[in-house]
Write a protein that binds this ligand. Sequence first.
Ligand code: NBP
Length: 468
Amino acid sequence: QQYDFGMIGLGVMGRNLLLNMADHGFAVAGYNRDPSKVTSLKEEAQGLQVYGTSDLKDFISKLKRPRALMLLVTAGPAVDMVIKDLLPLLEPGDLVIDGGNSYFADTERRAEELTPKGIHFIGVGVSGGESGARFGPSMMPGGSKAAYDVVRPIFESIAAKVNNEPCVTYLGPGAAGHYVKMVHNGIEYGLMQLISEAYDILKRGLGLSNDELHEVFKTWNEGELKSFLIEITAQIFLQNDDKTSGRLVDSILDSAKQKGTGKWTSQCGMDLGVPLSIIDIAVTMRYVSALKKERVTAAKVLPGSTPKFNFNGDKQAIINQVRDALYFATIAAYAQGMTLLKVASDTYKYELHLGEVAKIWRGGCIIRATLLENIRVAYHKNAQLPSLMVDPDLSALLLQRQESIRRIISHSVQAGIPVPGLSAALAYFDAYRTDRLPSNLIQAQRDNFGAHTYERIDTEGIFHTHWN
Ligand code: NBP
């Protein structure tokens, strides 16, 4: 028998995505160099048209021509190693898809290496983790459009669906797909940081128990904040710890790890001159969290105000302000990420339709949220929107919550609770809506000490002054 699609790398993502394809009636083949993963695949694939092997030549010989195969191996050198092993076994017209979290510049390079050999290359970002891969991920493909059309029926049938529409669409040439996936992850970093700050305020500032936190997040997930991350956050507070009689969340070390996609997003923002302060601070706070030992020492050396909020009146009113502050900052985080996509699309000629990006993020992926429908509509109305913050509907949502985020940040500052994500969101909003920033002084200083010149507000041209 010949198979429709091949998967190289039967780890968490590869195995589940392949089983998802098989569930949808496709005949699929999987390869893994470690045979134990092939055995696990076969055990899970009972009754489905799934072939598994740890022999690469055998794997290639089982695929229909032109062959369509996907790599889901660890991003980085492993992808190049697999491509090197594959090349002698492939023929012009075959289609190689990299489904891992590859750095977009690596994807550009690989496409340039494979295209002259007649091999089509597609870089596709896959989001949704293990269960997304198994039951419906969001997928972000970029590269050769003609090649994508070959695998499109498979991708559309396995993707998550929102209103019967698949959460996958061709995004653009080159590394468009991997770039969009990187920014997805950058926004994910920002949102996770903002949610953790809301948790800190509710827990330390207002003294909420885990049961109360569960109720708050559950309620939030029934309104405008409805999203996958808020939903799992609500569930997390209920998880009991096997080792203690308490809740698991309280036993988890407060040191957050990272795999680098948030850092890449920040670096790309810097490279293209796009402000991404919320994502930057989210990456920074993971580094701060990792300084556990130093923080424990500093907690004794640097005492400050107690984290309890000092407020008159109704606790529920403050909880509602935290909700509004979080929603405000969430809009700002998406705004920063989408603006990076706009600038990257112009720079790298990705021809991205930002409304389509928002559309395929509405289901399956980690940052899926009700808000993405508002974002889709905003770009549908005006594809050239410079920032989501100036869309008439989204700007109204921000303005309605402006007072709340100011109050919550003030309370947090008084109480000594760090809220760098919320503060970055508000400062970004305040700076963006300021028609005259103090940057005139920076230009004066630069010209003063380094003769770097400046422009004037009243006359065209470049000026330099011999400062007194
Ligand atoms: P896993 O660690 O579960 O699996 C990695 C697979 O790569 C294994 O099957 C491994 O084979 C194979 N592999 C490696 Br490593 N080097 C290889 C080589 N030189 N030749 C052949 N096979 C090789 O990773 P995963 O979580 O499935 O992630 C795969 C990709 O998907 C990554 O880029 C990741 O960033 C991305 N991603 C992951 C998630 C997630 O939630 N986990 C979500 C979205 C994207 P072996 O068994 O023989 O070592």
